[in-house]
Design a protein around this ligand. Structure first.
Ligand code: ARG
Length: 291
């Protein structure tokens, strides 16, 4: 994004956030690669007795991960950041968050740059990592300009339209599948939200709670009624480097606790800017499945 456009975007989002009385969350990870030590990001996670827990994420995906101004500082926050803090705390490790573009996360994990990736990551075949048990069950949605909300009722309505999906993400596949040649694969989700607002994209496929978060901040946006099927690809989990069974087990223990206490839904609400979290938590889904 050009600098001018970025400033405009920031002003717009910050303005909307202020009007709504939300914590300002008007930044995205242009440039990426920022490393914020846990202490800097306001995290109380762990005393660090057991070393540093390195977590990679792509902070362009509110309410999962985003930037907000906390105590006058631009920091990564979101329900995934809360989960990362919770895990670090449980392992008595210091948390180090690294923001990078989504499509580089799994590769960097595999190269050993991180211990974990926590980034709204869907359990999908072909991703070179171990997945933890899911901590959230998502739904997909199409974010559009409010004035176009009635244009997209059926999947067929997407064909040939300029539909965005994030590079390296499930939604890139979905955009290509349902919009054909119209699909626009872009690296940063917040760039695409702006493109929808500025009529440069007809729509953006993303997790429903992400679309809700965008609508909460920009009343010109809306969620179309079209249902976007994804087979069984809606479970979101932590990624652990292949072969690190010890870490996998530890993370699963923590996720079991988080699910039992139903914490993730609360964390998500905190960063959503709206009451509806879009889909159930893993706990609810598990209940549903075992009925
Ligand atoms: N759930 C989708 C996937 O795993 C999208 C996740 C995007 N996350 C992000 N932080 N941008 O492919």
């Amino acid at each position: 994004m050009k600098n001018g456009m970025w400033k405009k975007a920031a002003a717009l989002v910050l303005g909307a956030a202020m009007v709504m009385g939300l914590t300002a969350c008007g930044s995205s990870n242009i440039g990426g690669g920022t490393t914020a030590a846990g202490s800097e990001s306001g995290s109380e996670a762990g005393s660090g007795k057991n070393g540093v827990l390195k977590v990679g994420l792509s902070a362009d995906y509110p309410p999962f991960e985003l930037y907000a101004e906390v105590d006058g500082k631009r920091q990564m926050v979101g329900s995934d950041v809360k989960l990362a803090e919770y895990i670090a705390d449980a392992l008595d490790m210091e948390l180090e968050l690294t923001d990078m573009s989504f499509d580089g996360l799994i590769g960097s994990l595999d190269e050993g740059k991180f211990d974990l990736v926590i980034s709204g990551m869907t359990i999908m075949e072909g991703r070179k990592c171990e997945f933890s048990d899911p901590y959230y069950v998502a739904e997909q949605a199409l974010l559009v300009k409010k004035e176009n909300v009635d244009k997209y009722a059926e999947l067929g309505d997407l064909m040939g339209q300029k539909i965005g999906g994030q590079m390296g993400a499930l939604q890139a596949d979905l955009a290509s599948e349902y919009a054909g040649d119209g699909a626009q694969i872009v690296g940063n989700v917040q760039d695409m939200v702006m493109m929808v607002a500025e009529d440069k994209l007809d729509g953006l496929i993303c997790e429903k709670c992400v679309a809700q978060s965008a609508v909460a901040k920009n009343p010109d946006l809306a969620i179309a009624s079209v249902q976007i099927p994804v087979d069984d690809k809606n479970e979101i989990a932590v990624c652990i480097k292949e072969g690190n069974t010890e870490m996998l087990e530890k993370v699963n223990e923590v996720i079991a606790e988080v699910s039992k206490k139903n914490l993730y839904g609360d964390w998500m609400m905190e960063y959503l800017g709206t009451e509806d979290i879009g889909a159930g938590t893993t706990e609810e889904a598990t209940e549903e499945a075992t009925k």
